[in-house]
Design a protein around this ligand. Structure first.
Ligand code: ARG
Length: 458
């Protein structure tokens, strides 16, 4: 049994199974580099302020550097009886450089230490996530550019509504991702704050320099209240909530991809890399990756709700409950990074079945609004135009044809303002092209969006 670092106060040594329940080392070892980095900054500050001698500072620093090398080589052995990453690393340091290693924890507590680690960790991960969002956005812009003039049915209520440009549909996800990116950037402001030096909760009697350790760690700000510094987990909640919204967006897209890949739609086909077969049905090609992302969205929501619930009843300042903040955070980081990478690859390599989508818009009533608008433009009140068109649609359904199949006589009978040019107006291509209102699906508007998007990605 390893001797506890707080052994002095205790008469009995802990039992292994109790230790195991309280330990976080199985998961918080993910913070190993942040913990070492935080310690290096802390001890540098202790040396600079004269709290430790230069010699002590240098000894501890090189001990920490050596630990970092060991960690990179995966050579540190973690022990459950040392509870967490902080105590494991401190013990390893003392084992390697001797009792002077025990001076590292001067003017510091595990409470500000763990908070510092998590701020450092999220700062790095959120930047990586933002980078992956941008890559995914570039893939979308390129696909959208390619399919600017590809016609597709647009839906409301999952019923064919109006023809659209498929590029327009894809660009919708670009803008969702743009807001996701902005939410992460906003969260970064609050992640980029240093709790280091708050101590257990009340600060310290040592003449530490919190600005300096924050500066060494690259933080832009320091917490102004030591109790807030060790009690705050809002920055993780903001990360989890931005991630939940991002996953929700990806889940909606995943759902569309799953639908579009079905035999009923056949609008797209996923590359083999992102699909799987069935162990029994030889014909199957399943969009597994899209389904998994849709499913993983549930985990991320769960992580957000779990942390909100953990925190809601906690008195100030640190409580051990807060150790439960980590697994959900790590899990969300991995899930979001993985999902973004997969999704970008999936969209990049998917085959778009242009003919199939074109057929879909040709053989339906999604040009009915064109006829109503045509009549309205000729002075008929829109309500009446709607009624006239509705009747024509009904006639078609009875005859088993579409609006473009009606003869001039049949159309004139419904309204004498209709002329030969109606056939052009009713073509899905024209229907899309003529939607020139700002942000509409007209080809020029889609092109404008693509230009604006490229500008944003620069
Ligand atoms: N493993 C702990 C956690 O993750 C570190 C902080 C422990 N602090 C304490 N006072 N027990 O929350």
């Amino acid at each position: 049994m390893t001797k506890k670092l707080w052994g002095g106060r205790f008469q009995k040594s802990a039992e292994e199974w109790v230790d195991e329940f309280g330990a976080s080392i199985s998961f918080d070892q993910e913070l190993v580099f942040e913990d070492i980095e935080g310690s290096i900054a802390h001890v540098t500050m202790l040396g600079e302020t004269g709290i430790l001698t230069n010699e002590e500072m240098n000894q501890i620093k090189s001990g920490l550097e050596a630990l970092k090398k060991k960690a990179e080589a995966g050579e540190i052995e973690f022990s459950v009886s040392l509870e967490d990453i902080h105590l494991n690393l401190e013990k390893a340091l003392i084992d390697s450089i001797g009792p002077v290693g025990g001076k590292l924890h001067t003017g510091r507590s595990r409470n500000d230490q763990v908070a510092t680690d998590m701020h450092l960790y999220l700062k790095k991960q959120v930047k990586d996530i933002i980078g992956l969002i941008s890559q995914f956005q570039s893939v979308l812009v390129e696909k959208a550019d390619k399919h600017k003039e590809t016609l597709a049915p647009g839906y409301t209520h999952l019923q064919r509504a109006q023809p659209i440009s498929f590029g327009h549909h894809l660009m919708t996800y670009f803008w969702m991702l743009q807001r996701d990116k902005e939410r992460y950037q906003e969260a970064l402001k609050r992640i980029d704050v240093s709790p280091l030096g708050a101590g257990a909760l009340a600060g310290t009697t040592f003449p530490i320099d919190r600005q300096r350790s924050a500066e060494l760690l690259g933080f832009s700000n320091v917490y102004q209240n030591s109790m807030d510094a060790v009690s705050d987990r809002d920055f993780i909640l903001e990360f989890l909530s931005a991630s939940s919204i991002l996953m929700m967006h990806m889940s909606r897209f995943a759902e569309e991809i799953i639908l579009w890949s079905s035999q009923e739609f056949r609008f797209v086909e996923m590359d083999d890399t992102f699909s799987t077969g069935s162990s029994i049905m030889p014909q199957k090609k399943n969009p597994d990756m899209a389904e998994l992302i849709r499913g993983k969205t549930g985990r991320v929501y769960g992580n957000l709700f779990s942390l909100l619930t953990i925190l809601k009843g906690l008195p100030l300042a640190y409580n051990k409950d807060m150790q439960e903040d980590k697994e959900g955070m790590f899990d969300t980081v991995h899930t979001v990074l993985g999902s973004l990478k997969i999704f970008a690859g999936m969209v990049d390599t998917m085959t778009v079945n242009e003919d199939r989508m074109k057929d879909a818009v040709q053989n339906d009533f999604s040009n009915a609004t064109e006829l109503a608008d045509y009549l309205a433009a000729k002075g008929i009140p829109f309500r009446e135009a709607h009624e006239i068109t509705g009747k024509l649609v009904f006639t078609c359904i009875q005859k088993g044809c579409f609006l473009l199949d009606l003869s001039m006589e049949e159309l004139k009978e419904a309204s004498n303002v209709i002329e030969e040019d109606i056939y052009g107006v009713l073509s899905p291509y024209e229907a899309v092209k003529r939607r020139k209102s700002l942000g509409g699906t007209g080809f020029d508007q889609v092109e404008n969006q693509i230009q604006a998007a490229r500008e944003l990605l620069k």
